[in-house]
Design a protein around this ligand. Structure first.
Ligand code: C5P
Length: 397
């Protein structure tokens, strides 16, 4: 719930501005008040009348509107909220923010505010991928701004890829996370989840039975504890949690790249079931049956993402947590694995088929750390996630 929370919502000029209307309703439904600010470009996409009708408030639009200055100066406006939300955040608005420009009402408010700022970027995929936008994004993150999305998908311009604004409910969940004074507020946590798919040829791949359920529960629990969560997921069965930044990958190599791009962070939890090997040279054509028998597949070792991050000499997260799915000698193997990989904790579980844990809703884990081994009772994956999130919060204090 967002009871009594005051959100200053800056609506930028992009096609995703239409989602800002629904966003206002969702925020108000949860008890928040929304003070809307519409940029000039934003008013090309949604009308001030619809925005003010939904917000139940006047829309602020112009820096030099004297009536507004008399009623409420822009400095006061920028500080009268619990959080400033920019949705959609266009490439132009992000560039202005990164440069500290203040040449219209929105940019002036963003420069003058002393409250937390959250942005939900939305733009064409190439604009998003452009080095300039990525530079601005890194600057904004370093300035402490929380970024929600963008999501992958079909875009209004007909292209496909990252650039779609996060859905209103995802933004609401992120806001709830940020405004809840949770124990992980202000912390950035990376989670990997799901299996990886390693291609054999364009239609076949090597995979594993990980559903992504434990990683998803963990992402949700960390977000609910107030963390900014970057959720790097392989092709999982379960949908990623709301209120996290989702990065979708297929292969172990892509997962490593996504993880490295998400650093720095305060803690990293590697719940993904990463394939240990990939086909050394995946065929770019579908392999055919031949009279000469089976195709011969050569394997190459995948990067060990957990070990790579655990052994970083600079910028290592303060807490690195690995998972160990074992079918025998669970604790012994996990203890050895913690040393070998160099992580701080290992969450070990028995994934023998008779346990029903792989793909199931329950888990029975052992937490291996330098303090020893804790055996947790069998419980729901959500409960394991909540307990782990609480432990992570305590460790980062
Ligand atoms: O060695 P094993 O695969 O059992 O280790 C499991 C742990 O290591 C998990 O936390 C998993 O996410 C991580 N891992 C990884 N990269 C790999 C293999 C495993 O991050 N290539």
């Amino acid at each position: 719930m967002l009871n009594g929370k005051r959100i200053l919502l800056i609506i930028g000029g992009g096609i995703a501005a239409f989602k800002a209307l629904d966003l206002i309703r969702r925020l108000r439904e949860r008890g928040a008040s929304v003070t809307p600010v519409l940029t000039q470009a934003g008013s090309e996409f949604v009308t001030p009348l619809s925005v003010s009708a939904l917000a139940g408030m006047k829309v602020y639009r112009d820096l030099f509107d004297l009536t507004d200055e008399a009623e409420m100066g822009h400095i006061q406006l920028s500080r009268s909220a619990d959080l400033v939300l920019v949705a959609p955040a266009t490439a132009d608005l992000m560039a202005k923010m990164a440069q500290g420009m203040a040449n219209d009402l929105a940019s002036t408010l963003l420069l003058a505010t002393d409250t937390p700022v959250m942005i939900a970027p939305a733009m064409n995929v190439r604009m998003w991928d452009h080095p300039a936008t990525q530079r601005n994004l890194a600057t904004l993150r370093a300035d402490g701004i929380t970024v929600i999305g963008p999501n992958d998908g079909d875009m209004a311009c007909g292209e496909f890829g990252p650039g779609r604004m996060a859905e209103p409910l995802e933004i609401v969940a992120a806001l709830e996370g940020a405004l809840r004074a949770g124990p992980l507020a202000g912390k950035r946590v990376l989670v990997t989840s799901g299996p990886t798919h390693e291609p054999i040829d364009p239609v076949r791949y090597i995979a594993n039975r990980s559903s992504g359920a434990q990683g998803t529960a963990l992402g949700a629990a960390l977000a609910a504890s107030g963390a900014e969560v970057v959720f790097v997921t392989g092709p999982a069965d379960v949908a990623p949690p709301a209120g996290v930044q989702v990065v979708r990958v297929q292969t172990a190599q892509q997962m490593l790249e996504a993880v490295q791009a998400a650093l720095p962070c305060d803690a990293a939890v590697f719940a993904a079931a990463v394939a240990d090997w990939r086909v050394a040279s995946a065929s770019d054509r579908k392999l055919k049956k031949t009279r000469d028998g089976m195709p011969k597949l050569d394997f190459a070792e995948n990067p060990d993402i957990l070990a790579t991050v655990s052994q970083m000499t600079q910028g290592r997260p303060a807490l690195v947590v690995g998972f160990a799915a074992e079918t025998n000698d669970v604790v012994e193997n996990a203890t050895a694995k913690r040393k070998r990989k160099g992580c701080d904790w290992i969450v070990a579980n028995d994934v023998s088929p008779e346990t029903g844990i792989m793909g199931g809703t329950e888990n029975a884990v052992h937490l291996v750390s330098d303090a020893g081994v804790e055996d947790w009772p069998r419980m729901g994956k959500d409960a394991v996630a909540q307990e782990l999130a609480a432990r992570i919060a305590a460790a980062l204090e």
